[in-house]
Design a binder for this molecule. Structure first.
Ligand code: ZN
Length: 301
């Protein structure tokens, strides 16, 4: 499976496979039948959250969020980056989680805190640029760059770059990788609110090779394309939010053999299968393909 997927992706170039949803099967049946408006244009233009009870609707890569809350642009242990994108919005559980993880980084790891990348748009939904997922207010990108200070100006937050932790196209970590990164990833993966974390394969293997004691948290660390300037945390649907669709849990076990396979395939890419069916072009998400509730999320004050 990985082999086929990887060869298809190499064939298509990374952009087509740089998604961050790890193939969630979405079963949502929309009731917005016939509404062929392009969802990303509508959600991309919504500058404020909906005045509704906080709730995610649909799946991570096909949904929206009601009643989002803002991660403050600056807090005692974090700063939100790239404020011009207006993606520091999420469900309350996600904002709480990010604050908690940043406090851990500041008090247990020796960092100043965390730089927080994209979460979701004020009403979630598909974006005009970037991610496929991050649609329901349950995804958050955390920068790999250890903050030097937490008083960056807006301009600095637009211009500062994160650091990459990979070498050999993600097969291995580079010298920027540290025990601190691992401690933060372990803390995040050990949190019961978290469903999975996406990071480049070399980082997962590095953690597989050095984790001692309880290794169960490794299960939630999922090797994926990209994700060397930041890691991506995905939360479970909050309890009781019935319009929210969880992804199937990661396979049982620590997933280390799977990560080894990713690395082998990076170092020695399998030849494309000449009999593989041509990949289907990705269909634009129209309002008709989103959960019915997303219409009211869009029109609510
Ligand atoms: Zn992400």
């Amino acid at each position: 499976m990985i082999r086929t997927l990887l060869s298809v992706c190499i064939f298509l170039a990374v952009a087509a496979c740089g998604g961050d949803d790890e193939g969630q099967q979405v079963s949502t049946q929309s009731a917005n039948t016939g509404d062929q408006r392009v969802a990303k244009a509508l959600f991309g233009a919504a500058g404020r959250p909906s005045d509704q009870r906080s709730e995610p609707f649909g799946g991570y890569a096909r949904g929206c969020q009601a009643g989002a809350v803002e991660l403050a642009e600056t807090g005692p242990t974090w700063q939100a980056m790239r404020l011009s994108r207006n993606r520091n919005w999420a469900q309350p559980e996600t904002v709480d989680f990010v604050k908690d993880l940043s406090r851990f980084a500041a008090t247990q790891v020796g960092w100043e805190g965390l730089y927080v990348g994209d979460m979701s748009q004020p009403r979630g939904g598909p974006m005009l640029t970037g991610h496929r997922s991050h649609q329901t207010g349950l995804d958050a990108d955390i920068w790999m760059l250890p903050p030097k200070r937490l008083n960056l100006s807006r301009t600095e937050r637009e211009n500062l770059s994160s650091i990459s932790l990979r070498r050999s196209a993600g097969a291995y970590t580079n010298d920027n990788w540290s025990q601190q990164h691992m401690n933060i990833l372990r803390e995040a993966a050990s949190d019961p609110r978290v469903a999975r974390i996406f990071v480049f394969p070399g980082a997962k293997v590095a953690m597989c090779n050095t984790a001692t004691g309880d290794r169960s948290w490794l299960r939630k660390i999922r090797p994926w394309w990209g994700h060397h300037y930041h890691f991506h945390v995905r939360l479970n649907c909050p309890a009781g939010d019935r319009g929210c669709e969880n992804q199937a849990p990661p396979p049982a076990g620590d997933g280390c053999a799977d990560a080894d396979r990713w690395v082998r395939d990076i170092l020695n890419p399998p030849a494309p299968d000449p009999n593989a069916p041509a990949p289907k072009p990705r269909r634009e998400l129209t309002m008709a393909r989103l959960p019915a509730q997303c219409s009211s999320v869009l029109t609510s004050n």
